[in-house]
Unconditional design. Structure first.
Length: 558
């Protein structure tokens, strides 16, 4: 099974105040906490440095093992060897009530079987002492599910909200107050000692779990800063005598060579995000940067975006995109790419790479998935979108009571055990003999594991970010960290580093409709000449309101 994720941003810069927000803002007053006296839905900005006293006391585990490859932060460290012996970190079952826990998590690809049909869920739940029953939802439409759930005020006890979906949920901070528990007193300072796995998380990840001046969720720290990577089927390129492209011209030339509808092979899925990066379109806070005069500018307003739009429209026009991608927002591009070879280049999260390689190389031993290093289409160094905010956040349903909150946090703590523990091996690999077989360098997944294990417990927990090892793909950690340590040099600078923004409700509500209009332009359903009108509609439907908020919330220089 595969999954996509965006990277995450943790804040390392300290600043004292914010332009135009006054003393209350600097102190974390009403505007900054999201409890503003401004009209509901107008957005808010929160200075994360104002809430240091809410954070758990950071503590490392004494059983930590040394990494084999050091990542350049925010790239995590890597392990190429599986620990020769495992430790039991949690001696008592975290679940004590026996009462089933409801949870919702995303999945990209086929849905795994439910609790009654899953030997994996049954085995982990037996160790937890209290069963977790997952409602696994399509990751491609997860924001739609969240919006409907929030509207109906009907949430499970544990809810995973991916970081990138927060941007699509209007009045998210207000929903938190209504729907979810305040975890501050359970986790702040030394209270986190009750949950030692959670205490190991990077402090920066915890900072981003603050909404409305309180610790509202458990973060899932990122295991890589890059939201998107262009992957290629290097085995298919090698078979054609083609090299991995190093420029846009080379990429487009190869795309035309490999596309062959008669053989059901196309060059691309929806790679517009990558085409934008190649043209240095801004990506911070969803696509914002500062003009030379210091005022905020959104990507739609930039010449770089217009260039990328024209290039991507030509890619569609030339028939280089798989027709299933054009026909459906939820097409399984990872399967088309890794299993069928029907797509030669895919835009995906780093989380797709290793599971897809491990699963599909069993049928196709020549399979070789590799990243395409990001290049500049306009000269100079490339620009790479990236951040180190958490992958996702786990929220606890409001009103469950103190004892249940503590039980749920103990379950999350168990699910957050690190590499080298018995708990982590069961979480990641299931039951020996059923979901994995032992090997000289760690467990190897069986077909049943690929069917049943879909990151369910990963998405209701987190862990101190590391990469690997994976005996099925022994070169993966080296390949990933070589790519990551090179690309991290070109990470885009975020002008709002240190600021948590709740964007205006109108801006959030208009995000997907505007993207749909742009997709119509890209796919030839509307002429390119309509683009300027779409931008004007975006400005009047929340864009200008967002610009004002971003201008007010810029950190002061110096």
């Amino acid at each position: 099974m595969t999954y996509q994720h965006r990277g995450a941003r943790s804040t390392r810069r300290n600043f004292l105040g914010m332009v135009g927000l006054g003393a209350a803002a600097i102190a974390g007053g009403p505007l900054l906490t999201g409890c503003s006296e401004k009209p509901a839905g107008s957005g808010s900005a929160q200075n994360l440095d104002a809430f240091a006293d809410l954070l758990p006391t950071h503590k490392e585990l004494s059983q930590s093992i040394a990494p084999d490859i050091i990542g350049t932060r925010p790239v995590p460290d890597g392990y190429t060897r599986y620990p020769s012996s495992l430790v039991d970190l949690i001696t008592e079952k975290p679940g004590t009530s026996g009462k089933e826990i409801s949870a919702m998590t995303p999945q990209w690809g086929p849905a795994p079987p439910g609790i009654a049909q899953s030997a994996y869920l049954q085995a982990v739940n037996a160790e937890l002492g209290t069963p977790v029953n997952f409602a696994v939802q399509d990751g491609n439409t997860y924001a739609d599910k969240l919006n409907a759930m929030f509207g109906g005020r009907d949430v499970p006890e544990l809810l995973c909200v991916p970081g990138w979906e927060v941007e699509k949920i209007p009045r998210f901070a207000q929903a938190i107050d209504v729907l979810f528990e305040d975890l501050t007193e359970h986790l702040r300072g030394d209270a986190a000692n009750n949950y030692p796995m959670l205490a190991t998380f990077p402090t920066g990840a915890w900072r981003h779990a603050i909404w409305n001046g309180r610790l509202a969720a458990v973060p899932n720290p990122t295991d890589g800063p890059f939201p998107w990577v262009m992957f290629t089927r290097k085995d298919l390129l090698d078979a054609r005598g083609l090299a991995v492209p190093t420029s846009l011209d080379e990429l487009l030339a190869i795309a035309k060579q490999v596309t062959d509808p008669a053989k059901k092979v196309w060059a691309f899925d929806d790679v517009f995000a990558m085409i934008q990066m190649y043209h240095k379109v801004p990506g911070s806070k969803g696509g914002w940067r500062l003009r030379s005069d210091g005022t905020p500018e959104f990507k739609y307003e930039t010449p770089e975006f217009r260039q990328a739009l024209e290039v991507m429209a030509k890619i569609y026009q030339d028939g280089l995109v798989h027709p299933d991608i054009i026909a459906s927002r939820g097409a399984d591009s990872a399967q088309l790419f890794a299993k069928n070879g029907a797509i030669v280049f895919t835009r995906n999260g780093t989380g797709m790479w290793q599971p897809a390689q491990a699963e599909h190389q069993k049928v196709n031993p020549k399979l070789n998935i590799q990243p395409v290093p990001i290049f500049s289409a306009t000269g100079g160094n490339p620009l790479v979108w990236g951040d180190d905010e958490p992958i996702s956040f786990t929220f606890v349903k409001k009103g469950v009571g103190k004892e249940r909150i503590e039980e749920l946090l103990r379950v999350i703590n168990w699910c957050s055990a690190p590499l080298g523990s018995q708990e982590a091996q069961l979480r990641d690999y299931g039951v020996e003999g059923r979901h994995h077989t032992p090997g000289p360098n760690g467990p190897r997944k069986t077909d049943l594991a690929f069917k049943e294990i879909a990151n369910q417990y990963f998405f209701i927990s987190g862990r101190n970010p590391t990469v690997g090892p994976y005996p099925d793909t022994p070169n993966y950690v080296q390949d990933l960290l070589a790519y990551s340590n090179e690309m991290v040099k070109y990470l885009e600078k975020n002008p709002w580093q240190g600021v948590k923004l709740e964007m205006p409700a109108a801006y959030k509500a208009n995000q997907v409709p505007t993207e749909d209009k742009i997709n119509d332009v890209l796919r030839g359903r509307r002429p390119l000449s309509d683009f300027e009108a779409i931008v004007q509609e975006w400005k009047t439907s929340g864009g200008e309101e967002a610009r004002r908020l971003l201008a007010e919330s810029l950190p002061k220089a110096g």
